[in-house]
Design a protein around this ligand. Structure first.
Ligand code: BEZ
Length: 422
């Protein structure tokens, strides 16, 4: 299967046809209400606004991150269904737009959701490039944005905003912890590879800084075309020629399928171990990668086999809804929706009480499938656990087994721990 086939086949098969139109949500509610639900919130006062609460959902339904967008959507669907598809006494109505991968086009979609559809808030956003492009529009306009993936570091640092919350991670997280761990456990000479855009550069930079501080040496940094790598052969030849102890990489979605398969097809998997940040071998791509992903070690704030009640209930609900294993993007969609529910309940559906809403979002804590969920008040970014995982085969399936737990961390909140990778 080519990259494009992968995106479009999964888009067709897995992206919910109704994409959370109101009626689809009600149907899902009947299906999913049995799963460890949070409270439905406070009952509305006599004068309550019971008109639908419009939420703009901006996630990719096209290009290399289409499956990430579908997974976030499905995770949100589960959280909203658990509270009867209402928050603060108002029925939830989702209006979806395709984020794609181009920041200027995604900004137009966000403007349409806010100005034309008059949504109360926008949620989603997969790409760091898009998140950076949206920042001024939401900050200057004092509009609420709840990120369900995009890790752009600046949004927890010099471009942080009281109107932007993140339910996912910053690009620094996991990569920084993995740099120290890799120097002690994988090798001392690393080659780095990632797509040439904000997330790729920031993740490699975080890894490089802690890896070098732990005595590691980066022999080469490879930045490949984004969104599509194109012909991987020249990049595989570069890796072979670098003769590093191991390669550390960030790719995700269809880009991960292209990179990891090429790595195996060129015979590199046998000679130069591949490691990375967990998106590289997340559950969304393991069925396509199969044995090409075996033994790859990666770090992330979630792993499929986590043995906690929330993860078990979420996994059951996700399998019921999709017939698939959940992945980290679905978990982040679920947590983003739970954050929104907490905030809207706190103002009993009156989202014009923005000060109270923002405070409630910042203070929200709940048990997430990843572990306890809590935002750092300095950054509006979660303090995340960090799991080192290794891909192993279990029967006919492949999964990320946890082999070490590293220090939980929030984003540092400034660039002092980072120097640019390239
Ligand atoms: C990002 O652009 O921030 C990103 C995209 C896919 C996976 C992880 C991060």
């Amino acid at each position: 299967m080519t990259n494009d086939d992968y995106s479009s086949a999964l888009t067709r098969r897995r992206f919910l046809r109704a994409v959370l139109a109101g009626s689809a949500l009600v149907g899902a509610g009947a299906l999913l209400n049995s799963c460890g639900a949070p409270s439905a919130g406070t009952s509305a006062p006599a004068t309550a606004n019971t008109t639908p609460l419009k939420i703009g959902l901006l996630v990719p339904s096209s290009d290399i991150y289409a499956v990430l967008g579908a997974s976030i959507t499905q995770g949100m669907q589960i959280a909203f269904a658990q509270v009867g598809n209402e928050a603060g006494g108002r029925p939830i109505e989702i209006i979806s737009e395709d984020e794609g991968t181009k920041p200027d086009l995604a900004l137009q979609k966000a403007r349409k959701l806010v100005e034309q559809d008059q949504v109360a808030l926008v949620a989603g956003v997969v790409s760091s490039g898009v998140a950076n492009a949206l920042r001024d529009y939401f900050h200057d306009g004092q509009k609420l944005l709840v990120l369900a993936n995009a890790g752009a570091n600046a949004l927890a640092r010099k471009a942080k905003s009281p109107y932007i919350f993140r339910a996912s991670f910053s690009n620094w997280q996991s990569n920084w912890q993995m740099g120290t761990w890799a120097a002690a456990n994988i090798g001392k000479r690393a080659m780095l590879s990632a797509p040439d855009y904000a997330a790729g550069k920031e993740m490699l930079s975080a890894f490089r800084n802690s890896f070098e501080a732990a005595g590691g040496e980066v022999v080469q940094v490879q930045l490949t075309p984004f969104p599509n790598i194109g012909d991987p052969a020249p990049f595989m030849a570069q890796i072979r020629d670098a003769a590093a102890d191991f390669v550390y990489a960030f790719y995700s979605g269809a880009a991960s399928v292209a990179f990891v398969k090429a790595y195996s097809d060129f015979g590199l998997a046998q000679t130069v171990p591949l490691a990375g940040v967990g998106f590289l071998v997340e559950q969304d791509v393991l069925p396509q990668l199969a044995s090409a992903a075996l033994n790859i070690r990666s770090a992330l704030h979630w792993a499929a086999p986590l043995d906690n009640p929330e993860n078990k209930a979420f996994t059951t609900a996700y399998q019921k809804l999709t017939n698939q294993q959940p992945n980290v993007f679905a978990v982040q969609g679920y947590d983003a929706a739970r954050l929104i529910i907490e905030g809207v309940n706190a103002v009993q559906g009156d989202v014009s009480q923005q000060d109270i809403l923002l405070k409630a979002l910042g203070a929200a804590t709940f048990a997430s499938p990843r572990g306890p969920f809590k935002l750092d008040p300095n950054t509006n970014n979660p303090i995340n656990p960090c799991y080192v995982r290794e891909v192993r085969q279990a029967g006919s399936a492949y999964t990320n087994v946890v082999i070490a737990m590293l220090e939980a961390a929030g984003d540092p909140g400034d660039d002092s721990k980072d120097t640019p990778v390239a």
